[in-house]
Ligand binder design. Structure first.
Ligand code: NAD
Length: 287
């Protein structure tokens, strides 16, 4: 068997068009547009690229993009003051503080300072609590994107499937597991301390890998016909060249899976599209 390659780039482009069309409509109705504020502390090169891409996508969707670049030595108090200023700004509907933050700043404290209604990353405990208890909330972008791809490929019905989520982070693994549970999957969360992980993964109808280990998941781990979503983004350096690989050994797993996301071009583009979707949701709720 050779898997269907899930085109996250095309799916995300469609989603972004839908968001842009709705922004247009709301602009006509209200005379206002959603505003997304992104705060970057320090000069981490990868974060700078992410922030630039987010700003570009925001403008392309017809929204207002506000970028705040603060020096690496910004204190936690100063950063929280900036967040509070954005909480009180009527033109800002979404606030995203780019992670990771410099070591002297508590990410937990900064996330807690963001107003839950503007928390477009969905990391605030209020939003994770709502997700856990099945209430409408702003859902973290990456798992939200994974779920949209899964529902598309499985015709909308995930009920009764055994989903194995590799990784238990607050930004991907845990919210992914909650979303799959809400879709009536039987969910197993595996992590770095899980015993005989290959045998566990082999039971999965749906596998979501979010561990950050290059090509950890081998063909022999995957049940024939499983749907595989690869969240991992790992940089592998070979001689002078660097390339990105996922947490799944793509070529070999594609021989047995029924559908699989590539890296790059799978989950990655969905994350930004879902950020725009969350910003639109936050804007709509503010009207
Ligand atoms: P994290 O480091 O916070 O968490 C990794 C998780 O994997 C942990 O829960 C750990 O227990 C588990 N783990 C580590 N080694 C393992 C092993 N050998 N076997 C089983 N489990 C293991 O990472 P994260 O923030 O959740 O991100 C995971 C990956 O997804 C990274 O590669 C990251 O770059 C990528 N990512 C991609 C996007 C995107 O937009 N595509 C977004 C977020 C994260």
């Amino acid at each position: 068997m050779s898997a269907h390659i899930i085109d996250g780039k095309a799916f995300a482009a469609k989603l972004r068009e839908q968001v842009a069309a709705e922004v247009d409509l709301l602009k006509e109705e209200t005379g206002r547009v959603p505003g997304l504020a992104v705060v970057l502390v320090g000069e981490d090169p990868a974060s700078q690229v992410y922030v630039r891409n987010k700003g570009k996508a925001t403008v392309e969707a017809g929204m207002e993009s506000l970028e705040f670049r603060l020096p690496a030595e910004t204190s936690e108090t100063e950063l929280i003051a900036k967040v509070e200023e954005l909480n009180n700004d009527q033109n800002v509907h979404g606030i995203l503080v780019q992670l990771p933050l410099p070591k002297h700043i508590s990410e937990e404290a900064v996330i807690a300072a963001i107003h839950p209604d503007k928390d477009v990353d969905g990391f605030h405990v209020m939003n994770s609590g709502k997700l856990m208890t099945g209430q409408a909330s702003l859902v973290p972008c990456t798992p939200q994107g994974c779920l949209l791809l899964l529902k598309d490929v499985l015709g909308g019905d995930l009920s009764g499937k055994h989903a194995v989520v590799l990784g238990r982070s607050n930004i991907v693994g845990k919210p992914m597991a909650m979303l799959l549970l809400a879709e009536h999957c039987t969910v197993t969360i595996a992590h770095s301390r899980t015993r005989d992980i290959a045998a566990l993964v082999r039971q999965a109808d749906i596998l979501v890998a979010a561990v950050g280990r290059s090509e950890l998941v081998k063909q022999s781990w995957v049940k024939p016909g499983a749907v595989v979503i690869d969240v991992g983004i790992n940089r592998v350096v070979e001689g002078e060249k660097a390339r990105l690989v996922g947490d799944v050994a793509f070529e070999e797993v594609a021989q047995v899976a029924s559908a699989i996301t590539p890296v790059p071009g799978g989950v990655g583009p969905m994350t930004i599209a879902c950020l725009l979707r969350n910003t639109l949701t936050a804007f709509r709720a503010s009207l």
